[in-house]
Design a protein around this ligand. Sequence first.
Ligand SMILES: Cc1ncc(C[n+]2csc(CCOP(=O)(O)OP(=O)(O)O)c2C)c(N)n1
Ligand SMILES: [Mg+2]
Length: 280
Amino acid sequence: MLDYQEEAIDLNLLKDKARQLRLDILEMTTKAGSGHPSSSFSAVEILTALYFGGILRYRPDEPWWPERDRFIMSKGHAAPLLYAVLANAGYFPREELWRLRTLGSPVQGHPIQGLLPGVEATTGSLGQGLSVGIGHVLGSRLNNLDYRVYVLLGDGECEAGQVWEAAMAAAHFKADQLTAILDYNKYQETGPISREMGLEPLAEKWRSFGWSVSEVDGHDIAAIHHSLQAVPAVTGKPSMLIAHTVKGKGVTFVEADYTFHGRALTPEQAAKAREEILCT
Ligand SMILES: Cc1ncc(C[n+]2csc(CCOP(=O)(O)OP(=O)(O)O)c2C)c(N)n1
Ligand SMILES: [Mg+2]
């Protein structure tokens, strides 16, 4: 039984958006010959629900609107996804996307605040985004503003100590305007999380740090939307949504090969991937 009124969403429209985002990520990274396609594919549905499902309040024509909700892409290497979302939301022309990782372009390999409208924070050095999010929460209190703050974390990123300092701080400050979403794809750069540095029991860890925790299938747009509408689940507690995802989601041979982490698909591979994305 829901204790809130769920906003109606057009699931087909959102699935179309997700498909478009994957195609854009593919084209951007293959054109650039570098970047992080699999990390970007992993969180496509999460950002689709946030930006195009009516969760995040934003104004592309007024990017610094003081009351906008903040989204911090803490796993900054998934910049192609962030750029594709912002372009498709109308923050800047789509043509900018094809300048990924070129000299002098604002569309750099990791997001830089101030170069592109809609980029809230400079990220890429993993571990910092949750702290930035807490800063925005505290800022809202000083400025009497009513906005929510969303931070996307990677699971490998959670191996960084600063994440846990921020986890403690958010609970201490009773930051219930803060929602962290964890892209739990079970892989980091060099291999499986369980081999490199295991995180389990992950939900219990966040709970023990004072967070309200829920879990969701990170590729089920309706379920993600539902979960995001339900936060804050507990007054006075920050919310953690653990999204179970597949790294490289949407392209079978990328899903099967974690070495696509920092490697673009060749034009031949991209043509094959494009076919698969268009069929889903
Ligand atoms: C502080 C820091 N250490 C190391 C790196 C190099 N690095 C880039 S991405 C990555 C793995 C991140 O894995 P995860 O957070 O699981 O993201 P995914 O790509 O799986 O979504 C690493 C170690 C970095 N960017 N920052
Ligand atoms: Mg990961």
